[in-house]
Design a protein around this ligand. Sequence first.
Ligand code: ATP
Ligand code: LTN
Length: 331
Amino acid sequence: MEDKKLVFSAIQPTGTFTLGNYIGAVRNWSPLQDEYNCLYCVADMHAITVKQDPTKLRQNSLAAYALLIACGIDPKKSILFIQSHVPTHALLNWVLCCNTQFGELSRMTQFKDKSQRHPDDINAGLFTYPSLMAADILAYNADFVPVGVDQKQHLELTRDIAQRFNQRYGDFFTLPEPLIFEVGAKIMSLQDPTKKMSKSDENPNACILILDDKDTIIRKFKRAVTDSEAVVAYREGKDGINNLMSIYSAVTGKDYASIESEFAGKGYGDFKLAVGEAVADNLAPIRTEFDRLMADKAYLKELYTEGAQKAFRISNKIVSKVYHKVGFVDR
Ligand code: ATP
Ligand code: LTN
């Protein structure tokens, strides 16, 4: 690998990516590929912290892999792989679990949210999710982690775990920094704009999936919850309109002031249609590329096999050193 800073990020194959995943995270990953050594991964091990149908998970993981390429990740420039193919993440996870406090994990808002949503399955994996995420990042000594704003707390915990390890065993891990892109760092649900747009939302109208066709996208935007004021303006208390404005801004590059003047005197119907069309145009090429990739499974297999080998080579060196540092007998 060239001597550049290292970027790591991952996404769970819990379903087709939403517009939130795309704007908040994935679309920011491809522009980083020239400046940094990048590793991107499909976090299938994280996905099973909530119940998954095995057949669907396998399909979703492959689809997520293809989608990342369709979103601009070039497997020749970046190392693109599937988490469960690289055993070092689980090996490091154990050591990091032993350096993570119960109290720290109890404070994670994602854990609190997800255990509320799945009260019948508050499993140990869901609880220790952030240690595995720390392992993903620290197994490569990554410098930067591009994520949406909801992952900031997990990144802070990763730094705390790394720091604790460094204090106990001597300086070793790089403290990774989150890369959070301001525009669209948190896209909200179209049906409840106080909640983040999430792949696992039960209401299909709440989120735009990046493989939705144009008609579906426009229909979902038409049904988006707004307010009764009928003024397109970014202001406190206008959560629904603020969300649509940040989506429109993210896909067109226009700032809020110019969006306000573009829609001055027009109703929400016109605005919603414009947002829907802009989003659909933005996503259309991804669908085409995704279909092309999914038609050639052998090629995808070649890519993810090679990706996993490269990722293993790098992380195995780091994890072997960690195993030595904690006092395990060298193999
Ligand atoms: P799930 O609903 O299964 O928990 P998710 O939709 O929250 O999944 P993840 O796989 O956990 O998606 O997240 C992948 C990336 O997308 C992360 O960097 C996360 O911060 C980002 N992300 C997720 N939802 C949003 C959103 N609504 N707005 C901006 N970024 C988001
Ligand atoms: N928890 C992340 C997905 C994830 C991740 C990572 C992100 C798993 N491992 C490592 C960045 C770095 C999420 O987005 N929910």
